[in-house]
Design a binder for this molecule. Structure first.
Ligand code: AMP
Length: 175
């Protein structure tokens, strides 16, 4: 039987001061190791975008791959990995974005997205929204049409939705 979002929320472990002091890390591994919970989380993500035409799900490494690939199988669409520099073997397109200190870059294979392809973006946690906004810029710049951005959970106080206001944002466990 499918578990409710409230039941899933009990399987998210809060780890204080990881990876550095002051960060409250939302650890999803207790949920992942619970088969019915993991399956239920994918079910809820699929429900959020039911009825949409989706050609592929694109997700950033590493935890985005866990939910992105599972959701792609559930929805019967393709999967497009979004990776850090120097990880993809073929020619890539990239987008560089600002962090608090410095910059970061996301890459996709240059033939991953075709003009007009309907792409759903997925990650585990919506924090500042910087990563997902960069992924959306990359996919949009390649001619993709973004169906929306789906997350398991969000850190509401970081206002990540502000960076994604041009897109539909859905969260299984909203704050
Ligand atoms: P963002 O700040 O939205 O660009 O988040 C960057 C990435 O780090 C996202 O893929 C999140 O999965 C992850 N992340 C950021 N903050 C947290 C946190 N407090 N707990 C767990 N994951 C986080």
């Amino acid at each position: 039987m499918t578990m409710t979002p409230a039941e899933l929320a009990e399987l998210i472990r809060l780890v204080p001061d990881f990876p550095k002091p002051g960060i409250q890390f939302k650890d999803i591994t207790p949920l992942l190791k619970h088969g019915r919970a993991f399956k239920s989380s994918i079910h809820h993500m699929a429900e959020m975008f039911k009825g949409e035409t989706i050609h592929a799900i694109a997700a950033p490494e590493a935890r985005g791959f866990i939910f992105g690939t599972s959701l792609a199988v559930e929805m019967g669409c393709g999967f497009l990995p979004i990776r850090k520099p120097n990880k993809l073997p073929y020619e890539t397109k990239s987008h560089t974005y600002d962090l608090e200190y410095g910059t970061d870059t996301v890459h996709m294979h240059s033939d991953a997205v075709g003009a007009g392809d309907r792409v759903l973006l997925v990650d585990d946690v919506l924090a500042t929204g910087g990563t997902m906004a960069a992924c959306a810029e990359l996919v949009g710049g390649m001619g993709g049409s973004i169906v929306g951005c789906g997350f398991l959970l969000e850190l509401g106080f970081l206002n990540g939705r502000d960076k994604l206001k041009d897109h539909r944002v859905e969260v299984v466990l909203p704050e």
